[in-house]
Write a new protein. Sequence first.
Length: 237
Amino acid sequence: MPRDLFGDVVHASMTIASRKWYTLPLSVIVHALLITVVIIVPLLADDVLPAMPVMLAFVSALPPPGPPPAPPPAQRAAARAVPAANPDAAPVNAPSGIKPDSGIVRDPEPADPSGAEGGVPGGVPGSIVAGLNEPPPPPVPVAPIRVFGGIRPPTRIRDVRPFYPDLAQKARISGTVIIEAVIGPEGKVTDARVLRSIPLLDHAALDAVSQWLYTPTLLNGMPVSVVMTVTVTFMLR
């Protein structure tokens, strides 16, 4: 009997049901193994992978090495602190021999004691050389100084008695006039002023004091001007 050409299509359910149950899972496993062997295994082999020259175009050349770093400040200070060789220092190595002296060094001739040509023997008066043996004189004060414990007061060697005014005698006025007098280096009264006044007697007292004469007052052996206080007394008879 000839086979029906469309029998398998009509009875497909019966054909599928007649196959084994493990046919489909086994087919999936076989295909998975084939894919693994064909694709994944070549990727895991490093020596099989081709080189990639395209990536070299994107890699720039490394910059040249920079200068070496500067030494720390402590090392620079130590390098500067190294002293230079002293030319006058003693040699470290012993010399091979002693060289003879080139000549004899003579002492310089003494200078002429009389000084420069045309000078003054003994030096110029008032100069340092001329006055080495004599101490300089002490300075003389210009302004008058007051008599104190270190200065001996001058002694009056000429006394002029004051004139008693007639008006003061008639008015029965008496007393003591105190005067501050300036005595010059020669002992003369160069100035005078009244410290305690009696109006009718001041002029007579100043006139008498201005004629007085004293011994010179010495300070360090030099006569000086001094200021001292004197009194003039008027008494009625």
